[in-house]
Design a protein around this ligand. Sequence first.
Ligand code: HSE
Length: 439
Amino acid sequence: MSVKPINVGLLGIGTVGAGTYTVLRRNEQEITRRAGRPIRITRVADKNLELAQRVTAGAVAITDDARAVVNDPEIDIVVELIGGCGIARELVLEAIGVGKHVVTANKALLAKHGNEIFALAQQKGVMVAFEAAVAGGIPIIKALREGLTANRIAWIAGIINGTTNFILSEMRDKGLPFAEVLKEAQRLGYAEADPSFDIDGVDAAHKLTIMAAIAFGIPMQFDKAYIEGIAALDAADIKYAEQLGYRIKLLGITRKAAAGIELRVHPTLIPARRLIANVEGAMNAVLVQGDAVGATLYYGKGAGAEPTASAVIADLVDVTRMHTADPEHRVPHLAFQPSAVVDTPILPMTEVETSYYLRLRVEDKPGVLADITRILADEGISIDAMIQREPGEGEEQTDIIMLTHLAREKRIDAAISKMQALPVVRRAVIRLRLEALDK
Ligand code: HSE
């Protein structure tokens, strides 16, 4: 066994970069025993030289010129932890172009530019590894790409954004409104200073796009994802859902349907008795349904310095082991052989079939319920459960909450517009989606 170290150039030594540096050093012996040779970060590039100096304590060459690291002939693997789709994209393409392997945690980059990046990597015979891009420390890419390779994947449903899961947990636990909990999340450092990527569901959609590609052998199609965040969620609906035996989670769902692939992120009612419904706080979890294995559930920390470093280093070990292998003998980037990737259409949201939670604020008088159920019947939508809040003393309006059986989204849209036109319906109808997650 060769003992020559493999040399790593680290681009970005922020939270995850520093975690990677620390864990690699702390567990050096174990990692070397596993990888077959030492893995050494020999160069670090960061705009903040003082930070880089502080983390590495002078043990490594530091620079603010990332291109110098990418083009250094001594570097075997480039680890990109800069984030975003600007300079990070340029550097990743440049590194691949000069024949370096790349490890990245950059989900936005892969979801939006993955097709270009993997095509170039294929052409150049290098590896691009990205375990840290989805659900932080949870080895979900490894599981989907290798562990579940015997299966036809039916669907994946994931809690893949810790910030929003923390917010939803707090809203339910403490009955607080969204805006107040968001402030708390910011104070605790969970949410970004600009938390819109988290709360609008975009971060989850990036991760979902990547999982869908490797689960179904399709290209990255982030621009076709349906994305709805949690900002408009009302604490009242969390409470009503609970009364009906459900929790509301921001789920990323991808499913292979007869006519195409569903790719959607939205607040979702799920039965409270499911394990995944009990994933609280900033934790992540991914539920995968395979035809042979059935349901498997992966749980852990989806963010943070060392959990994410754990995934980055797993990739470094993989690349180190496979470095000298013929490219054809490596696990394909997107799990399927590049020639076998099929451009299956992503279903528009109107064609998706799921169950629904509807809440209507109505005048409390005879015939109202009959009008509403007639509209649903006319659209072929069947009701599964219903509650009506008892109006308070002197109140003339009340809430009706209904759960439906499976229905196509366009039929629900049509029913909602008809309901909205009834004079007895006094506010915008609230519509949430519901997933049983049982088969
Ligand atoms: N902002 C992300 C989250 C971090 O809250 O889960 C990792 O992508």
